[in-house]
Design a protein around this ligand. Structure first.
Ligand code: HEM
Length: 538
């Protein structure tokens, strides 16, 4: 038998009498009063008017009226599973986090998602996929909130509302639901060429995964790991699926989406139920934490860039296995709240300006989505570490806190434990030196190259993968109403690869523009092709 899975729900629901009450032979109202009939409203006579005094009727309908919560502003459609992460101990030299220790087992909850479709949209659309993992570690919750594409559309979080507005359905007709087949998306990405790399990944086979089980995952940003002596290393996180990386071809995705819009969530749940537990290895690319925070000329703070695996191999540090389906979609998959700022000692952030905005955005949106500031108390979000946080009250507070002095230090509630040498095991931010500089609203010059990385990606693909990219751009751009937008996108592609540009231009029946500058001189990275994908260790 596999390792024991700790389900967050199981542990907490058992202790909650109001939830357990939905069992047994007696039907009651929410107050526990036994009902004799739940099928008929109270009326003045069989054919008479319904009476306002029917509290059961009003309670039942009122609760129903409030069953829905807002869907996520992005990544609304998702599927999730419980599992366990086992550290290999190989990261211990660079990271002191307890959960990465050798053979340490940590319960996890993983949610996969599409980004743009609404909660009821189809699974097999062309889109980026979310790959968010909550590790319930002994030192607190660590969330690795990643995607199946290693780069992002924008370099600065202040552009996030803009890119999402452009990519979501048009505000007048609320169409299209599909990611990319519309003018605003293609308008945005051609006017913001930093989006080219991500867009190219979307137009490649990576945009239509065969299964969540066959997707890679990426932390995207560069993170900073801290070892037991305080030494630091810059890293990029990678999830490598044991089943390999596989996609659908476009026609398969269309047919599958039509016949079974739930294809990916069904596939995940069925596999787990059948005992075919999907597995991923977690790996890290490591880079010296130099003041420049660059590696071979690549700015590690730029989330539109990757470091080829041939230059910095992915080193396996642990194994994730998904072993149990959620028992209730709403309680777990819908109410789980990830946050890139949920970190544990040993894992720290960098100054990537995209990450900075994320650190604000998730908790902010969750206060609306989950109805107040107490969503950390929802079973699936509860840490498995002891909590002593001084937070009080607020909507949906379910804790009954004791004591009279919710502040520290205090002299009323048993002294000042925080100041009594409890620093051991605490999360301490890395004392990174911040240069004294003028306030600016500018990007660094190192963020200006928008072509060499997409060019490397395209050149790394096999012939058939390139054909798929050309077909995808042609199909999606052909849906734009504005010719000027198609032409502007062709100019972007001309700076990536003339063959790509010519192929799409031919498909659209438009002339292929010349590159605006000499093409970047880059070597392909075979690991970027799905066919050249490097497999995890056995
Ligand atoms: C949700 C990934 C950038 C705001 C998500 C989710 C993932 C994700 C996986 C779904 C979480 C879940 O399953 O519940 C990423 C990645 C990014 C990125 C990898 C870039 C590298 C951003 C940025 C912002 C942002 C820049 C805002 C400035 C949000 C919001 C949600 C979300 C508001 C909804 C959260 C919720 O309602 O619980 N993101 N995201 N994301 N993301 Fe991001």
């Amino acid at each position: 038998s596999g390792p024991e899975v700790y389900t967050a729900t199981g542990e907490h629901l058992d202790a909650d009498p109001t939830v357990r009450a939905q069992k047994g032979s007696r039907l009651t109202n929410a107050q526990g009063t036994r009902l004799y009939d739940t099928d008929h409203s109270l009326k003045a006579g069989e054919r008479g008017p319904v009476l306002l005094q029917d509290h059961h009727l009003r309670e039942k309908i009122t609760h129903f009226d409030h069953e829905r919560i807002p869907e996520r502003v992005v990544h609304a459609r998702g599927a999730a599973a419980h599992g366990v992460f086992r550290g290999y101990g190989t990261a211990s030299q660079v990271c002191k986090a307890a959960f990465l220790g050798k053979d340490v087992e940590t319960p996890v909850f993983v949610r996969f998602s599409t980004v743009l479709g609404n909660r009821g949209s189809a699974d097999t659309v062309r889109d980026t996929r979310g790959f968010a993992t909550k590790f319930y570690t002994s030192e607190g919750v660590f969330d690795l909130v990643g995607n199946n594409i290693p780069v992002f559309f924008i370099q600065d979080a202040i552009k996030f509302p803009d890119v999402v507005h452009a990519a979501k359905p048009h505000p007048d007709r609320e169409i299209p639901q599909a990611q990319s087949a519309h003018d605003t998306f293609w308008d945005f990405v051609s006017l913001h060429t930093e989006a080219t790399h991500h867009t190219l990944w979307n137009m490649s086979d990576r945009g239509i995964p065969r299964s969540f089980r066959t997707m890679e995952g990426f932390g995207v940003h560069t993170f900073r790991l801290v070892d037991a002596e305080g030494g630091t290393t810059l890293v990029k996180f990678h999830w490598k699926p044991k089943l390999g990386v596989h996609s659908m071809v476009w026609e398969e995705a269309q047919i599958t989406g039509g016949m079974d819009p739930d294809f990916h969530r069904r596939d995940l749940a069925d596999a787990i139920e059948a005992g075919a537990f999907p597995e991923w290895e977690l790996g890290i690319q490591t880079f010296p934490d130099t003041p420049e925070q660059t590696f071979r000329g690549i700015d590690l703070l730029d989330p539109t860039k990757i470091v080829p695996e041939e230059w910095a191999p992915v080193q396996p540090i642990g194994l994730l296995a998904l072993t149990a389906n959620p028992s209730n979609f709403f309680a777990e998959t819908e109410q789980v709240a990830f946050h890139p700022g949920h970190l544990v000692p040993g894992v720290d952030i960098t100054d990537d300006p995209l990450l900075a905005g994320r650190l604000f955005s998730y908790i902010d949106t969750q206060i609306t989505r989950l109805g107040g500031p107490n969503f950390a108390q929802i079973p699936v979000n509860r840490t498995h570490a002891p909590v002593n946080d001084m937070l009080r009250d607020g909507l949906h507070q379910s804790g009954v806190h004791s004591g009279v002095a919710p502040y520290q230090p205090n002299s009323l509630d048993g002294g000042c434990p925080f100041f009594a040498g409890a620093g051991e095991g605490a999360y301490v931010e890395t004392p990174v030196t911040v240069e004294r500089a003028s306030k600016v609203r500018e990007s660094p010059a190192s963020f200006a190259d928008h072509t060499s990385h997409p060019r490397r990606f395209y050149l790394s693909l096999s012939a058939v993968e390139r054909e798929h990219v050309i077909a995808a751009y042609t199909f999606e751009l052909s849906k734009c109403y504005e010719d000027a937008i198609k032409q502007r996108n062709l100019r972007v592609l001309a700076d990536i690869d003339p063959g790509l540009c010519a192929g799409v231009a031919a498909g659209l029946g438009l002339p292929a523009p010349e590159p605006s500058a000499p093409l970047a001189d880059v070597e392909p990275s075979p690991a970027l092709s799905q066919l050249g994908h490097t497999w995890p260790t056995d």
